[in-house]
Design a binder for this molecule. Structure first.
Ligand code: C2O
Ligand code: CU
Ligand code: CU
Length: 497
């Protein structure tokens, strides 16, 4: 009997606050879809005398026009909101010159990338104002839509919210012909953030910080634009969806419910195109979908209320109605697209019998295994090359997800069931519904380091900043975790940063 009363009270509260429940407003305000979708430029690069591809990412603060006038307090790389799309071939060695032109310490993390721990751009690789950090590594993983974003502990949510986000695409000759692949034409990034722009034209991430997921905005920006449309000139268009929101979960679908094909998840192409009517993404997750359009039509990509799990407290956390994300305007005549290939990639079976052990991760309100992040503590030591099952249990009635650095994992089970086909490929972030367990199969190869850790964490960025994160090292035979070495590093960072 207690619950209906509580719901009634919440209902009254929503009514008196004008529908803005959860402090920041749970649903997205409707807008006209009248602005052309901007496409982030491809980052330029040069080759150095060692044959390495060198990229310059200059981090700046400034203002940005989302379509309704200038908004102050935005951040970007090589611009003042978002960053360019970095695009490399598998096998290339890259150098990323990350120059911090802001007044705050930051980092850039290569989310989804297999990378040596000192190059990871996590909270141990801080870049003080006015300095440049130049990590280098060899890209060795399948074609994928990865991304980069800041990762200073306690400041990630705010810096991501201000727009310091870009895509990092890996190309691979193993990709079969037939997928739409002309960047900005029939292969289009869709970077989605929910914002709350103050009446005096600023971004203020401290608004609405009282919800179960932290900040939730009432305004949707796609590639930095409110109310976007895309002119489509081909029968098939591939959208690379990135949920770059701090806490909002989306369920992307076409407004008319038509079937689309999901062709990739976080870490690369699925084994085969998966026909579906919707793709749900929690913060940091990506999916590539191929949408069929008919000549002359207008159809919208929308987000439906996501399925956050049966045991969530607070049912309409993100609003109860679909909202528009992107309008697709098909030309009167469309260029023919190739038929989608039947097979997209070799995705090996995820076999739990390969696992040497199972490691439990229990998600509390903001803790993992009962602890908040301690940057000087190594929480887990994982042997190089061993497969392991990581069993991630969300003990709470709150939404959480789980992200692991240094590459990609596979989902073995979700609440004791096999993952749906869209989650059966390579993943680096997975939604963990309230009071369920998700089992993933991880394996860290090649990169190992007894001192420098990688991170695992909830990627709801306010939770992450509140300490919902842990650290693991990957050890080759004979290596031992070296927390003293880590403390020395921390001290050094404290002195220089
Ligand atoms: Cu997307 Cu630890 O990061
Ligand atoms: Cu990451
Ligand atoms: Cu969380």
């Amino acid at each position: 009997m207690r619950r209906p009363l509580l719901l009634l009270l919440v209902g009254v509260l929503v009514a008196v606050t004008g529908g803005c429940s959860w402090g920041g407003g749970s649903s997205i305000r409707a807008v006209e879809m009248t602005r052309p979708l901007p496409v982030p430029p491809l980052a330029s690069s040069r080759t150095d005398d060692q044959g390495r591809r060198v990229f310059d990412l200059d981090i700046r603060e400034g203002s940005h026009d989302f379509g309704q006038g200038a908004v102050d307090g935005t951040w970007g790389a090589n611009g003042t909101y978002l960053g360019p799309t970095v695009r490399v071939d598998r096998g290339e060695t890259v150098v990323m010159n990350v120059a911090n032109g802001t007044e705050e310490t930051t980092t850039l993390h290569w989310h989804g990338m297999r990378v040596p721990a000192p190059m990871d751009g996590g909270p141990h690789q801080m870049v003080p104002p006015g300095t440049t950090w130049s990590p280098t590594w060899t890209v060795d993983q399948p074609a994928a839509t990865l991304w980069y974003h800041p990762h200073p502990h306690g400041r990630t949510a705010e810096q991501v919210y201000r727009g310091l986000v870009g895509l990092f695409l890996v190309d691979d000759p193993a990709v079969p012909a037939g997928l739409p692949d002309e960047y900005g034409v029939d292969d289009v990034p869709v970077v989605v953030q929910d914002l709350s722009i103050t009446s005096d034209g600023r971004l203020d991430p401290t608004t609405g910080a009282t919800t179960a997921v932290g900040f939730v905005g009432d305004t949707l920006a796609v590639n930095g634009t409110i109310g976007p449309y895309l002119d489509v000139t081909t029968e098939l268009v591939r959208l690379r969806l990135l949920n770059a929101s701090l806490g909002r979960v989306y369920d992307f679908a076409m407004a008319d419910g038509r079937t689309i094909w999901q062709v990739a998840s976080d870490g690369g192409l699925l084994a085969a195109p998966v026909p579906t009517t919707g793709v749900q993404l929690s913060p940091a997750e990506r999916a590539e979908v191929v949408v069929p359009v008919r000549a002359g039509e207008t159809v919208r990509l929308v987000s439906r209320p996501p399925d956050l799990g049966a045991r969530l407290s607070g049912s309409a956390l993100f609003g109860s109605e679909p909202f528009d994300v992107l309008e697709l305007r098909a030309a009167d005549t469309l260029a023919a697209s190739d038929r989608l290939p039947d097979r997209l990639a070799e995705v090996p079976d995820a076999d739990r019998d390969e696992a040497a052990r199972t490691r439990p991760f229990v998600l509390g309100g903001r803790t993992i295994n009962g602890r908040l992040l301690d940057m000087e503590r190594i929480d887990e030591a994982v042997p190089l090359d061993d497969a392991e099952v990581w069993a991630i249990t969300n003990q709470t009635s709150l939404p959480h997800n789980f992200h692991v650095h240094d590459g990609q994992f596979r989902v073995l089970s979700m609440d004791a069931a096999a993952p749906p086909p869209g989650l059966a490929g390579w993943k680096d972030t997975v939604y963990v519904a309230p009071t369920t367990t998700v089992e993933i199969l991880v394996r860290f190869t090649e990169h190992h380091d007894p001192v420098w850790p990688y991170m695992y964490h909830c990627h709801l960025m306010v939770h992450e900043d509140q300490g919902m994160m842990g650290q693991f090292v990957v050890l080759a035979p004979g290596e031992e975790a070296d927390p003293a070495g880590l403390r020395a590093l921390a001290e050094h960072a404290g002195h220089s940063g």
